[in-house]
Design a protein around this ligand. Structure first.
Ligand code: SAH
Length: 214
């Protein structure tokens, strides 16, 4: 029997606190959300390993540290409405759901979205809405958002996502080449946007009208 709780605590201490994530609310969420529940059964035993993991359809769930860092960069305090692009397994959406009031997440592959929906329902996450669509358009009907997180690598910052951000809002997005990006934090102000560069990263491609072509 795998002791998932002990592995999860160790993951947070070694991989996340150990690399400098300090936001206590983020650490608590990372300790609480059962990462293994979002994976295919065959690989649940390595759920808390220090890397990204396959979730089917050639897609991946991000490395735990990346999930924690991106979440910390959004600076959530609890009342926010957050847009995520790239639902994948639903794990990142669950972490966000612990830290804000409502998560709107968009996934382009229907079967992936359906699996995430059933996992999130099973675990009791009621503040996550999922839409199957090209997320490079954002989710216009639900805009504006306090924060946006993109969990697939983009060639450039999709304009609709900036438009759908409130003034003072934050977006975290990997931008760069198809097989390697920089994690960017974009802050929207009344005068325009300010971009801060975080760490190098590798995400699966953001495919869509304002992303990579298939
Ligand atoms: N956040 C996820 C990891 C996502 S992997 C998790 O916690 O598991 C990236 C996901 O983005 C994939 O599922 C991929 O299908 C999706 N994706 C790629 N381009 C997209 C687009 N334009 N709109 C919505 N989803 C997209």
């Amino acid at each position: 029997m795998t002791n998932y709780e002990a592995e999860c605590r160790r993951m947070v201490d070694e991989q996340i606190v150990g690399r400098g994530v300090r936001d206590e609310r983020v650490l608590a969420a990372m300790r609480k959300v059962p990462r293994h529940e979002f994976l295919p059964e065959a690989i649940r035993g390595i759920a808390y390993a220090d890397n990204a993991l396959p979730i089917g359809e050639g897609q991946t769930m991000s490395q735990p540290y990346m999930v924690a860092l991106m979440t910390e960069l959004l600076g959530l305090t609890g009342a926010e409405r957050v847009l995520e692009i790239g639902t994948g397994s639903g794990y990142q959406a669950a972490v966000l759901a612990e830290l804000c009031s409502k998560v709107y997440t968009v996934e382009r592959i229907k079967t992936i979205a359906e699996k995430a929906r059933s996992t999130l329902d099973r675990l009791g996450y009621r503040n996550v809405a999922i839409k199957v669509y090209d997320g490079t358009y954002g989710w216009k009907e639900m805009a504006p958002f306090d924060a946006v997180m993109v969990t697939a690598g983009a060639p450039e910052i999709p304009a609709p996502l900036v438009e759908q951000l409130k003034d003072g809002g934050r977006m975290v997005i990997p931008v760069g080449e198809r097989f390697g990006q920089s994690l960017l934090k974009v802050i929207k102000t009344a005068e325009g946007t300010v971009t801060q560069r975080s760490i190098p990263c590798v995400f699966v491609p953001l495919i869509g009208n304002h992303g990579w072509k298939e």
